[in-house]
Design a binder for this molecule. Sequence first.
Ligand code: PFF
Length: 449
Amino acid sequence: MGVSRGEFSSRIGFIMAAAGSAVGLGNIWGFPTQTASNGGAAFVLVYLVLAFCLAYPAFMAEILIGRYGQANAVTSMQKMSRSIFQKRFAFVVGFGGIICAALILSFYGILAGWMMSFAVEPIALFMGAENVAEWVVGSTVGRNVLFTSIFMLLTVFIIRSGVENGIEKWSKRLMPMMIGLLILLIVYVMTLEGAAQGLNAYLNPDISRVLEPDLLLSALGQAFFSLSLGTSVMVIYGSYISKQENMVTIGAQVTLIDVSIAFLAGLLIIPSMYVAQAQGVQIFADDGSLIAGPALVFTVLPSLFEGMGTLGLFVGLAFFVLMSVAALTSSISMLEGPVSYLVERHEIERKTATTWTGIGILAISFVIIFNISFMLDFVATLATEYGQPIIAMLCCVFAGWIWQRNSLLEEIKLGYEEAESSLFWKIWPWYIKVVCPVAIAAVFIHSLL
Ligand code: PFF
């Protein structure tokens, strides 16, 4: 994958990089946790509808803007602006996305650090270093500082030196491994007591809950988070795609991969919760509410792995290593947004821009770590439930109202000869112009009321 005004080396290269950005902690940690705390299957249903009907079209708007502009988010949108007012609007939307990406990375790095520390635990246990094992999974400030820093260092290292031979090559190998491991674990969980009850909670929706304002807002935020929208990331990734590629199918493939992996993760985690409960681990309080909260996955999975004996050490190691890799392919995309902006707009050298942006974001991570219970929630809610949907909505407004219609249609047609006879061609242009902005705004208004 080319990073400094390069191009993805191949079609599969882009799919892997964009899917790498999309698939991450949001799928395997965020989606099941949100599902568990928002009424199970009702949340899954709303999520699927919003992912396909709102997030996918918005995703298309972002990658098409990027491919048209062949530049970072601000420059790309300014290229299609005609008045000074539109240029300012482009700046607000593009720069807002960049800030959003930086804020997300500041807490994402902490969570990814947890994943890494849970990968170190089985190694320490295997080597008989019990106190190291205990320390790495204890939620101390020291542990968080250490693992967040290591994770940020890796992210900076990859973006500094370009991505092509490192992460692109490895994500192609590791992503299929992760899917394989997920499926094996699901099959295993299904054989355990309590799994059927979990499956029911996951797949049998309580329809009366689907219009609950909190549920809707969380599902919207989750869908946009999962596809990395409203962060400038897909604009910049889109800008690295060749003009010969068919964006419509590529976009659909990435969305499908992303949603499927979230769905699989839910199929593992939700039944595992009920299995753990049946084994005496306290997952639910007496009133049926969740005790574990955001730490759910870190309670449920280790207890599942423990039940497998020594084999569980290896499975646990493999799982958390793959999770850390999935997090890394997402974090590099978040750093690429601000870095490409600094390189292209301010002519700062790539390595310098990467290092300083990384240091700045790590500083925000430290502020969060020292006030973790309040700040994590605050930054995550601000960036993902408000920032991302609002900026993604503004990208739709931009593509629908400011981008000249002919030029937009021209962009869809590049690499897609039969475009004119497709459903996408007929529906999408007015869909992002009217339906997406109105629907996103409606979810907000609904939740505020
Ligand atoms: N989509 C990633 C996930 O689901 O884990 C998170 C993410 C990546 C959010 C990149 C935002 C972003 F710009």
